[in-house]
Ligand binder design. Structure first.
Ligand code: ZN
Length: 219
């Protein structure tokens, strides 16, 4: 784990040779990393970047797993509610429709965007970016979509939705007969796969591969 060396005068060096810490803005010489090594900021300890093995292959597997989980997570029942002999099953999609039909169109639109549309668009962007690196086509579109992906990251709020579901379950469990559906299991799995994907898909390697500088990433 080599720490990056602080240099006395960095103004003479080309920009590509420098890296700035995301957290404390310290400007440093970019270290050359071997596979499996990571570089940390010497001042605040933030992980500048990691050079991971087979980033593209592993990320592709995770994106495909997330896309497969996306459909059951959104369209299979999340909870089954049994109240006074009446039984209902609710999915994410039926929740959006219920909000829309009860006159809360704007809330329905926000829930639809943040819990369904943007997470799907993010995954499709990641899929295209990874395929464009793997098969060496459309890198300029790949760059564009990867930029778009970084803008959308702040808007996909699956975790917030999960908290909402958990709060509802805790509140309802005393007054109704409640059981957890397959949809919730897929939903939690989808969130975990996405977190794993965020960790695996090292942005530094993806940017370099898109710019055509890194041959390791596609290996
Ligand atoms: Zn720092």
């Amino acid at each position: 784990m080599p720490d990056t060396a602080e240099s006395g005068d960095l103004s003479e060096l080309p920009l590509e040779a420098l890296v700035a810490c995301h957290e404390c803005d310290l400007l440093m010489l970019k270290p050359a990393l071997a596979l499996g090594e990571q570089a940390r900021c010497p001042r605040c300890g933030y992980e500048l970047y990691t050079h991971r093995h087979q980033v593209v292959k592993r990320s592709l597997a995770l994106v495909l797993a997330a896309l497969l989980l996306y459909i059951p997570a959104n369209f299979l029942p999340i909870i089954r509610l049994n109240l006074l002999g009446q039984s209902t099953e609710d999915t994410l999609w039926s929740g959006v429709l219920a909000l829309y039909n009860s006159g809360m169109q704007s809330v329905a639109a926000v829930v639809f965007l943040c819990s369904m549309a943007i997470p799907l668009l993010k995954l499709l962007c990641q899929l295209f970016v990874l395929l464009s690196i793997r098969w060496q086509f459309g890198r300029s579109y790949g760059l564009l979509l990867y930029r778009l992906y970084h803008h959308m990251r702040d808007w996909g709020m699956l975790e917030v939705y999960l908290m909402g579901i958990l709060v509802a379950i805790v509140k309802l469990v005393d007054i109704a007969d409640l059981s957890v559906g397959v949809g919730l299991v897929c939903f939690v799995a989808l969130i975990l796969v996405q977190v794993w994907l965020e960790v695996t898909m090292s942005p530094h390697q993806i940017w370099e591969a898109l710019a055509g500088e890194d041959e390791h990433a596609s290996a």
